[in-house]
Design a protein. Structure first.
Lengths: 286, 259
């Protein structure tokens, strides 16, 4: 039970990261390979504040999110003007720079050996509530003028501008929401594991989140959620066959990319209405 | 006062002068046409008016204010709406959402309303939906609200482009070859649509079109571009009688190139 709960907790935390990537990549069409750095920012800022400066947890969480926002602004403001492929490069560089900074500021962060002895304040239920709130935010955002404009600019930036859409501002807003959300996930992470090291937040994690969004279907939120439960839960479930884990994981991703290039759900959302339609179609065929 | 006044605009790409010292004016609530052989710079002119490219020189005055230095989205918000020669609808959004998106920059709710699912968001979304359906109805796309734009037949996609441009609440509507690819009965229908829109709304229209029947019937003034320069201008009958125009067209183009 303990083990399942902890797997679910980690799945929940990375689900929040995936939701951030969904906003940035799925809705807006930008590739960020530095998203995991915001997880690191949230984790380290809150952990250092609580452990070294005896700041209360809620205040530390707020400061951590504000730091995430600030970092998002520093990266976002200059990059939203750039071409899409440059944005991936800059965010990649930013992510690695954060990791390097954490590795080298040994006296504050503990360097590569990490920061341990952080009190364990969060549990599965806190993460679950956060996931639900984040989901609600993302759903609300997608089904608002913001989400529509994001999809429009993802599809055709020139036409979007010609309709009066402020493309740069929307990209920035979306990126910042993702940054703040992921930073908070970092707070949850560090107060669950009570230990952090920079190695846990490299570009590999960001890339994994991007893969999850693609496997789920680029425009499908339910797809992203399903894929993230499948792909973060899966490596844990396959732990007994540890040599085969990565291979099985890769094979699954390859199969999906090959046979369903639009992702499991493609552009569609899974909803009750769709399930009913599907069943009705099946009944007719039979 | 003219609604739109274009003063001596020029644009060169490398050594090619795509638009060379082009001036024209559009009166209040007027329809004008721009014609010219392929490669004459008609679409480039539209791209300059809507801020896709910055001007090398010249001015674009919309109701007397210079909009040529503004970024592209602000030019659109100032009241310049357009359709595209090669249809550019938003994939990933439904037909209705395509139209709603064009009005979204003006929708009066903010991010907090979104985060807290406020009633202000709900009301405005509801209103936007209604307004969007209204525009679809005007162009004759009723009943297609939830379709995907790429699944519509070509003629309907053209109409959707017009509905989307209407939703930006324009002062000047620029139509870039709106009748290209339409069959004769659709062309007829399109002419009637433009007449109806012009009657119903208070904007001016600029049309680029190769189909002469469209231009001749709709426009009060025609401007002929050739190699980026204004070759001739006047009423439809004046332009048709102009020898230089006939030469520009028939001297080097055959009928199939005009489509």
């Amino acid at each position: 039970m303990e083990y399942i709960l902890s797997t679910l907790t980690f799945t929940g935390i990375s689900l929040i990261g995936v939701l951030g990537v969904y906003l940035v990549t799925g809705l807006t069409g930008l590739f960020s390979f530095g998203q995991a750095a915001f997880l690191a920012i949230g984790a380290y800022v809150s952990a250092v504040l609580v452990k070294n400066f005896a700041v209360s947890l809620p205040l530390a969480a707020i400061i951590a999110m504000l730091t995430g926002l600030l970092a998002g602004l520093v990266v976002g403001v200059p990059t939203v003007r750039l071409r899409r492929d440059y944005i991936s490069l800059v965010t990649f560089g930013f992510g690695e720079a954060i990791i390097a900074t954490l590795n080298n500021s040994t006296n504050i962060t503990g360097g590569a050996t990490g920061l341990s002895g952080v009190p364990q304040y969060t549990n599965f239920w806190v993460v679950l509530v956060t996931v639900i709130i984040c989901l609600a935010i993302v759903i609300g955002y997608k089904h608002s003028k913001y989400g529509r404009q994001c999809l429009a600019l993802r599809s055709d930036e020139l036409a979007a501008k010609a309709m009066g859409i402020n493309v740069e501002r929307l990209k920035l807003i979306t990126f910042l929401i993702a940054s703040v959300m992921t930073s908070f996930a970092g707070v949850l992470y560090v107060f669950y594991t009570s230990y952090v090291e920079p190695g846990a937040f490299g570009w590999v994690v960001s890339a994994e989140w991007t893969i999850i969004v693609f496997v789920g279907g680029i425009n499908s939120l339910t797809g992203a959620v399903a894929a993230s439960i499948l792909l973060t839960g899966l490596p844990e479930m396959l732990r007994f066959a540890s040599e085969w884990r990565i291979i099985i994981y890769c094979v699954i991703v390859l199969l999906i990319i090959n046979f369903r290039p639009t992702g499991i759900f493609g552009e569609n959302e899974l909803s009750l209405r769709r399930i009913k339609q599907f069943i009705r179609k099946g009944a007719k065929a039979a | 006062m003219s609604q739109l006044e274009v003063k001596n605009i020029s644009k060169a790409f490398g050594g090619v002068k795509a638009i060379d010292n082009f001036s024209f004016a559009v009166g209040q609530h007027d329809i004008v046409g721009i014609i010219g052989p392929n490669g004459a710079g008609k679409t480039t002119a539209f791209n300059l008016l809507t801020g896709v490219y910055p001007l090398d020189s010249g001015q674009v005055l919309l109701n007397g204010t210079d909009i040529s230095k503004l970024p592209q989205h602000e030019i659109a918000r100032a009241g310049m709406a357009r359709t595209f020669q090669n249809i550019r609808l938003f994939r990933g959004l439904s037909v209705l959402e395509n139209v709603m998106t064009a009005a979204d920059p003006y929708s009066p709710y903010n991010l907090l309303d979104v985060l807290f699912y406020s009633s202000r968001k709900r009301h405005n979304e509801e209103a936007a939906r209604k307004q969007g359906s209204e525009y679809l109805k005007i162009v004759g796309l009723e009943g297609y609200e939830n379709e995907r734009p790429e699944s519509l037949p070509y003629g309907l996609q053209r109409k959707l482009e017009i509905a989307r441009a209407l939703a930006t609440n324009p002062k000047v509507l620029l139509l870039d070859e709106p009748a290209a690819g339409l069959n004769p009965s659709e062309v007829r229908e399109f002419i009637e649509l433009v007449k109806r829109l012009h009657k119903q709304f208070d904007f001016s229209i600029i049309i680029i079109e190769h189909r002469l029947e469209v231009i001749m019937e709709l426009s009060s003034q025609i401007f002929v571009l050739n190699f980026g320069k204004l070759l001739a201008s006047g009423t439809p009958s004046e332009v048709v009688g102009n020898k230089a125009v006939t030469e520009a067209y028939l001297g080097e183009e055959d009928e199939s190139c005009l489509i």
